[in-house]
Design a protein. Structure first.
Lengths: 694, 154
């Protein structure tokens, strides 16, 4: 069987299941008696096993099978969760992840049998099976669903295939069926069995559904139509339909769909309403959190479905398709800009044209926003793995610490989310390894709780997303960093004297510091921070750190919400048009030439008490200013973190929303130019990155 | 970079002029030929890179073939064209040429490969010479023409 076409789906879903397992098992470690969690784990393990089996990954299947067995025992109460089980399960998940990595890179699971893990798992199964019966009793009522789901209760007279007979009806449904019968219609129940080899069960079920809908009205389906669509059923599903046709016609129609093993059906005796009353309670519970068409799914599976956490309804969209859409929007914006420039250049700009432009502007802005939203994904997928990492670090480092996360739902552009994981992980490790004091007594002495706290907070702030990694550890020893920097020749001792503490701390981001392991021994910081910085800067973001010795440190990552389209200020320097991102701009000032003074041969201006260095853009860009030097200077004040600079330009032309285009690989990446954009008249304008100037 | 290009079957070349000399560019890598348009200067790049232009929404760098190959730069004329070539390594690049003449088809017999001394240091822009009824055409090795040693390989 060729399954290669399902490989991508398999990898995606396996990743999801593994992440889910990781989270659930962490939960389980906190509350080992929570049967909901155990059930959830069991289900995920079971799906994993099934998927691996279908795809022919035998080793993966064996491993998950044993893992599932362990949880099966746990669920039955025959085995109690302890830390050695948790540890082994985590090893097991790591092994599965390894398989998945292999599959992703080579479509083959690799040759590692992970015998020791399997042995350990089997050890739990054999060694500790004799658990007190009381435990079993206690847990039994909480988890009856899965057993029941696999062997549904049959009505006494039933052929085991006639599962539809075990469907319970609500009053309303009975009423509908009764009315239908009164009109001379047939009420037919069918149970359809899909072939075991069938891969696209949901698709087959859907076809059956379609067929039956042509014959009459499907009033009940078990599992619900939604569940069937999501493939949340084993091999069979049952339906009640109201139709003009006979039972045989219905069965024949169902058998007409390929890959259907067998179909059993019969006419439904509309049961008396009184008999069903005892069931209504379950149904009420069910209907609360199910879709309308699922209201009628009041069979024995119901409790299981009720406990299921609400799964995010997502659509997987190929990123390339989104890029195409994005490009179209870009074109639209360019078209709009052309219209604007045409209207203003002819001078005959009537109100009518302007109205049209305003309308077009509304449309493009909205379209842009919604496309960007499609590209946004919650950072959850990235940060979810961190609790596990901190747990492992805790064991490895022998320190007590807790990770508190907030804002996992904060959304970022897909491309950014994919890249941001490593830098955050780095900062978290840094906090865990170097931030939190190794000496518990020192913590107590400083009046802090024994267990260290690490916070990972994400939130949106204007047009930026902020991610903070905070710890209540030792903080950065500024003097140690200063001494080390002097020793390494990064700065001279004179320079060091004139530098503020914050400036010293920022030295940690320099590449020369990252290679020096020694620094981490003294100050507890500085391994690979330059990598973090450059990664974040490549995403057009920035990172800064604030720290108080003895109290803790806060690392702040600031990322732009979107990368592709930005608001800019268009300026003219030496007759050439340039765009400056609005997000960098603080204010725009008019400065008289005599207000410019020089400090150490550098031009500066004083603005509201701040001394701001002037940068003459025409000099940096290598062109002639077309402005009379005696005129007032137009200065764009840009800001990067706490630092400011004034960019001297010739003229302002206004604010414009532009689409960022890459300059391509051929032109040497000049740091000063972050990209280019196409103006309304088809000309190209370069985008200045003020961060490179400050 | 120094390996000699082998032409095994008939190939079409776009014949271009730089001054009085005729050069050929393999038609398979030519994406587009456009009339000169406003070039946006890019600061801090090599002198022969004149800047970037917009080709249907894409930013394409433009280089002067004259400057790169050591000729004098001349004023744009009504014959000046930008030949946009598409390279695997760098994507699209525009070459400024004095004029585009015609398309010539050359069989391997008509092509004389250039032999270079492997030790000399000057770039070998010409991979071979094609003999046509209307004279000789120097066939450009675009990889060498666009190569810039200051550029980092990635």
């Amino acid at each position: 069987m060729d399954v290669s076409q399902y490989l991508e789906i398999f990898i995606d879903e396996t990743k999801e299941h593994l992440q889910n397992l990781n989270t659930q098992i962490l939960d389980l470690e906190q509350s080992p008696d929570d049967m909901d969690t155990v059930n959830e784990i069991f289900r995920a393990a079971h799906s994993l096993k099934g998927m691996a089996g279908t795809m022919g990954y035998k080793r993966m299947q064996t491993l998950t099978h044993d893992m599932e067995n362990v949880f099966s025992k746990v669920r039955d109460g025959a085995l109690k969760v302890n830390s050695s089980i948790i540890d082994t399960i985590f090893q097991c998940l790591d092994a599965l992840e390894e398989y998945l990595d292999n599959i992703q890179s080579s479509a083959d699971e690799g040759t590692n049998d992970n015998e020791n893990i399997i042995k350990a798992l089997n050890g739990f199964l054999n060694g500790e099976s004799a658990e007190p019966k009381a435990e079993e009793k206690k847990t039994e009522p909480q988890a009856p669903n899965t057993e029941n789901a696999e062997t549904p209760v049959m009505s006494a007279d039933g052929n085991p295939d006639d599962k539809w007979k075990s469907i319970n009806f609500s009053e309303e449904q009975l009423h509908v069926m009764g009315t239908a019968k009164g009109k001379g219609l047939n009420v037919v129940g069918v149970t359809v069995f899909v072939q075991e080899s069938c891969i696209l069960k949901a698709a087959r079920a859907f076809l059956v559904f379609k067929t039956l809908e042509e014959l009459g009205e499907v009033i009940i389906s078990v599992p619900s139509a939604q569940d069937i669509e999501d493939e949340r059923f084993e091999l069979d599903f049952s339906m009640i339909i109201i139709t003009e046709k006979t039972v045989d016609d219905v069965i024949k129609a169902c058998k007409g769909v390929s890959e259907i093993a067998k179909v059993s059906g019969g006419a439904v005796d509309v049961p008396a309403i009184a008999e069903e009353e005892k069931e209504s309670e379950t149904e009420l519970q069910v209907s609360e959190n199910k879709a309308p068409q699922a209201d009628n799914g009041g069979n024995t599976k119901a409790p299981a479905e009720k406990k299921k956490p609400v799964v995010n309804r997502t659509v997987r969209v190929d990123i390339e398709k989104l890029d195409v859409l994005m490009n179209l929007v870009s074109e639209l914006i360019i078209a709009k800009n052309s219209l604007v420039s045409a209207a203003t250049s002819t001078g005959s700009a009537t109100n009518e044209i302007n109205e049209h432009i305003e309308y077009l502007e509304n449309v493009t802005t909205n379209l842009h926003e919604s496309v960007m939203k499609v590209r946004m994904v919650p950072i959850e997928s990235v940060v979810n793995k961190f609790p596990r990492m901190i747990r492992d670090l805790q064991k490895k480092l022998g320190k007590k610490m807790e990770l508190y996360m907030s804002g996992e739902e904060t959304e970022l552009d897909r491309t950014v989310v994919d890249e941001i994981g490593d830098p955050i992980m780095h900062l978290l490790r840094n906090s865990a390894d170097h931030g939190i004091e190794s000496d518990v007594n020192l913590r107590i002495q400083r009046g802090k709780p024994e267990a260290g706290s690490i916070y990972l907070d994400a939130y949106q702030d204007g047009n930026n997303v902020v991610i903070e990694v905070k710890d209540d550890g030792n903080g950065i020893d500024v003097n140690a960093v200063r001494n080390k920097a002097i020793e390494r020749g990064t700065i001279t001792s004179e320079q060091a004297d004139s530098m503020t503490d914050q400036e010293i701390i920022n030295l940690l981001f320099l590449p020369s510091f990252s290679t020096a392991k020694v620094v981490s021994d003294i100050s507890g910081r500085g391994v690979g921070l330059d990598v973090v910085k450059s990664k974040i800067e490549s995403l057009s973001g920035e990172v800064e750190v604030k720290s108080t010795l003895g109290v803790g440190s806060t690392w702040t990552i600031r990322l732009p919400l979107t990368l592709a389209i930005i608001q800019t200020l268009m300026v003219i320097v030496g007759g050439e048009k340039y765009a400056i991102p609005l997000s960098n701009i603080q204010t725009i000032e008019s400065i008289r030439p005599d207000e410019v003074s020089t400090v150490q041969t550098k031009e500066v201006i004083t603005l509201r008490g701040n001394i701001i260095p002037l940068i003459r853009l025409n000099e940096v860009l290598g062109c002639e200013s077309t402005k009379d030097p005696n005129e007032e200077l137009v200065v764009v004040i840009v800001k990067k973190g706490d630092k400011m600079a004034g960019l001297v330009i010739d003229t302002l032309t206004g604010q414009q929303e532009i689409v960022i285009k890459s300059l391509g690989k051929y032109i040497n990446k000049s740091k000063l130019i972050s990209g280019a954009t196409i103006l309304g008249n088809g000309e190209v304008a370069l985008i200045i990155d003020p961060n490179a100037l400050i | 970079m120094d390996e000699v290009k082998v032409y095994s079957e008939a190939i079409q070349f776009i014949k271009i002029a730089i001054g009085e000399e005729m050069y050929g560019i393999d038609i398979s890598i030519v994406d587009n030929i456009v009339r000169p348009q406003a070039v946006t200067r890019v600061p801090n790049v090599a002198a022969y890179i004149k800047g970037v232009i917009n080709i249907r929404g894409e930013i394409v760098p433009i280089m002067s073939l004259r400057l790169k190959m050591g000729f004098e730069e001349i004023e744009e004329t009504k014959n000046t064209r930008f030949i946009i070539v598409k390279l695997e390594k760098y994507g699209k690049i525009g070459l400024i040429v004095d004029a585009v003449k015609e398309v010539v088809t050359l069989t391997p017999e008509q092509i004389e490969k250039m032999k270079y001394d492997a030790n000399d240091d000057i770039p070998h822009f010409v991979a071979g010479v094609g003999k046509t009824e209307n004279g000789l055409v120097s066939l450009l090795d675009i990889d060498v023409v666009t190569y810039d040693k200051s550029m980092k390989e990635d």
